[in-house]
Design a binder for this molecule. Structure first.
Ligand code: TYD
Ligand code: MG
Length: 452
């Protein structure tokens, strides 16, 4: 059996503020969900009306749903400017990464609104202690219970504008079979809460644990039910990266950066240099610094490559930071157009600081890192490089060249090697070494010693 706890203080009417004036109404849980006919509660009726309304494409409202800024800038950035009323967000991540911390800080930042924090995992005492540690002991309604009926009752009574469910794995309902934690339980409970949220234009965050092994009843089962899916990832030690893998109300390009510290998560608002490795003297072979364009910001990152003779003669590529197909393609271009062989080599690629890079401008730095690793020649210090590579070995223009140049300069990189052409709309500017091909780039960086 599960030990159920509830806040025990849910008898107050959110409209008039009076205690014990609420009258309990029974709702047929499946009625609203599937038949839409059995619900006798007010919410059920409203929900039916809302769904039944047919309107014309020509006259449908184009007003944007209002957004609630959470007050946590890095979270708002990833969401696309705050959370939309009526929207649902799934926040996934490994246990211990900081999901509950982020949600409690968000709830505290929004405490001037009606916020309900539902925890099926921790006691009120534990949450209070965390809130004290975060300096976030705001007046947040707390319900320590995972039972869906208790939660929907609390929703009806408190009418919150923002709801945090921590976590979906702790949700259960007697309506969805006898065993808590099953896929059915999670789906049913999530649907019940979503139904309420949509009918009341509230917003909800569902926290979900993701384990490396990929638990069966994990967040995957509700990804398609929510509007946005965010994942919290580890970068190096204390750095955390927030990414959207689905976002109905914004892009999935932006990343949010946080540092986990003694008093909770601190936003990293100026991230240009957080992934840079501080080094004295010359660079080791295989290392290249690159300004990459992630979301709307420029980050300087260090690309590291290592090549070793392939065991059994079959070349393989290992990287969980840059797509290995991209690495193989860049290696093939180098082999064909520069004449260094990779086909008998195993290739390892890493990005220092643990950030994944999906941007095309990383291709030329990657080519240089591979070339440097294979030949043992180091890239001169204070040199940085950006560019996309075609299969013919040409360097294509990248977005935001000027901003990359500026960011590199600010970090002390005097020399940027990049594409000759700038993208349309970007005013050309002096100050970078212009190259047309990968072999040009190798000549420009390594001088006469390079084989370009
Ligand atoms: P938590 O938010 O509980 O993670 P999750 O909900 O994703 O499982 O964070 C737990 C970790 O964060 C734990 O190892 C302690 C650490 N932590 C800090 O370093 N500083 C803090 O202020 C807090 C609250 C937690
Ligand atoms: Mg937690």
């Amino acid at each position: 059996m599960h030990l159920l706890r509830s806040s025990g203080a849910l008898g107050r009417c959110p409209q008039c503020g009076e205690w014990n004036t609420l009258v309990e109404e029974t709702r047929a849980p499946a009625g609203r969900a599937s038949q839409g006919s059995g619900g006798s509660g007010a919410a059920g009726g409203r929900e039916r009306d809302r769904r039944a309304r047919v309107e014309s494409v020509a006259t449908a409202s184009t007003d944007e749903a209002p957004r609630i800024e959470t007050g946590i800038g890095e979270l708002d950035r990833v969401l696309g400017g705050g959370v939309v009323s009526g929207a649902s967000v799934l926040l996934g991540g490994e246990p211990g990464i900081g999901k509950s911390t982020l949600m409690l800080q968000t709830a505290a930042a929004l405490a001037s609104r009606r916020v309900l924090y539902v925890s099926g995992e921790e006691s009120a005492r534990q949450i209070r202690l965390r809130a004290e540690r975060l300096g976030a002991t705001a007046d947040i309604d707390l319900l320590c219970d995972g039972d869906t009926a208790s939660i929907t009752r609390a929703l009806d009574e408190r009418a919150p504008e923002l709801i945090v469910i921590d976590s979906v794995q702790s949700l259960h309902s007697a309506e969805a079979g006898p065993y808590p934690g099953t896929v059915n339980q999670i789906k049913y409970s999530t649907y019940e809460i979503l139904d309420w949220v949509r009918a009341h234009d509230a917003a909800v965050f569902f926290v979900a644990h993701v384990t490396k092994e990929g638990s069966i009843a994990g967040p995957k089962v509700i990804e398609h039910m929510v509007d946005s899916v965010l994942y919290f990832e580890h970068a190096e030690e204390h750095l955390r990266i927030l990414r959207a893998s689905k976002n109905r109300f914004g892009s999935t390009d932006e990343i949010g950066l946080f540092a986990m510290e003694g008093q909770g998560l601190r936003e990293v608002t100026d991230p240009a240099s957080v992934f840079l490795v501080q080094r004295e003297g010359s660079l080791p072979a295989g290392v290249v610094v690159a300004p990459v364009y992630e979301g709307s910001r420029i980050l300087l990152v260090e690309i590291q490559a290592l090549t070793v003779p392939a065991k059994g003669g079959v070349s393989r590529t290992f990287s969980d930071r840059i797509d290995s197909r991209r690495i193989s393609r860049v290696a093939a271009v180098l082999e064909k157009h520069v004449g260094v062989s990779f086909s008998d080599q195993d290739i390892y690629v890493n990005v220092a600081g643990g950030i994944r890079i999906g941007e095309v401008g990383v291709e030329l730095p990657l080519a240089l890192a591979l070339y440097s690793a294979r030949t043992g020649m180091s890239v001169p210090t204070a040199t940085t490089v950006t560019g996309e590579i075609s299969l013919a070995g040409e360097i294509r223009p990248v977005a935001q060249l000027r901003r990359r140049l500026r960011a590199a300069r600010e970090m002390g990189y005097e020399r940027l090697v990049g594409p000759r052409r700038v993208r349309e709309g970007e005013a050309p500017e002096e100050g970078w070494v212009r190259v047309d091909s990968v072999s040009d780039c190798i000549k420009a960086v390594f001088g006469a010693g390079g084989r370009g």
